[in-house]
Design a protein around this ligand. Sequence first.
Ligand SMILES: [Zn+2]
Length: 401
Amino acid sequence: MKYVLIIGDGMADTGLAQLNGKTPLEHLDLPHFNILAGGEHGTARTVPEGVPAGSDTAILNIFGYDPRKYYSGRSVLEAAGVGVLLKEGEVSFRVNLCAVEDGIMLSHNGGGIEGDEAETLMQDLIAHPDFAAVAGKIALQITVSRTFRHVGVIDAPEAGEFILKEPHNILGEPWQDYLPKGALCNELTDLMLASYRILDQHPINIARRQRGQLPANVIWPWGAGRAAQLPSFPEKYHHAGAVISAVPLVWGIANLAGLPFPQVEGATGDLDTNYEGKVNALLQALKEGDDFAAIHVEAPDEMAHAGDLEKKLEAIRRLDRLVIAPLLEKLPEIDPDFRILLLSDHPTLLTTRTHDGNPVPYAIYDSRKPGQPRKFSESMATQGPALENGDLLMPRLFDQV
Ligand SMILES: [Zn+2]
């Protein structure tokens, strides 16, 4: 028996005027979603009431870790995703490279900076004596990536609450109005101002401006969190296997849960991600003896944040055609008996371009009793079981309840 979890990030939505009141899932013709909905099709509250809605809290819960108990900040999970496991007393931050011009926050991702440019800017910043002097005061260690997302860790067992604004929530506003408050606010502010002085006229940013791109000219710490420990997934469920995703957050949850998270070339988290490579990585893991595997597709969420209906629809179509279809075709060659759990981690609303904490539709398909295909959608799901908390999903996938 094989068990597969498929997460379409942010797929679920509310009815939209442009779709005659239907949601994207209701509007689309998704034959392979519908095959899966032939099994159990219900709703699950993946984000407990009172908990902020996000992939961090929702996916933790889906893997069986109630965020009310196990969530200690997004950056802790992202740090684990790049191999940084916090020790007792340490605090992690997400460190973004942002773009500011004329005092205004223009981009929370440094104008989409990536690759050598992102890495070089960060390395040059860290090596700069002015920055090193400020960072040294709080013994800041930064783990650099080839994107706008980096991870900072400090040792601060006594520090109180950090009050740090998310840079994506202050787009178009004067950035210096949102400098850190709370614990270590002076040190963190000095760090940000030093980064601006060093990066603003860096040759890479001068060249970016000449090409009409935004500069990545200030670092922005946010999402502070302290060490988290998760009970082992293999011990909890007696099943184990690979988690396939493009995003550090999901790798981090896998890492802390004791599951491997193989990296797939060309997996970007965007609409044109390497679907085939991800599906093949999942199938390969199952062939090699794992009995569980998970695949996470980020694109529907990103397209909803961008407010782009057409692209959100296309992201969901591609999940149907490029992920679920080949899985339904190839899984029987590995094992005729398999169960698949398909769901949206949380709704991401095109109307507000943000996450929502309402229950999501899910389907659990069993190859031994497939049932008749039916529409997979928010409305159809309300006719099935209503799971009060998302941590009930994994035991259901594994047929343990
Ligand atoms: Zn999102």
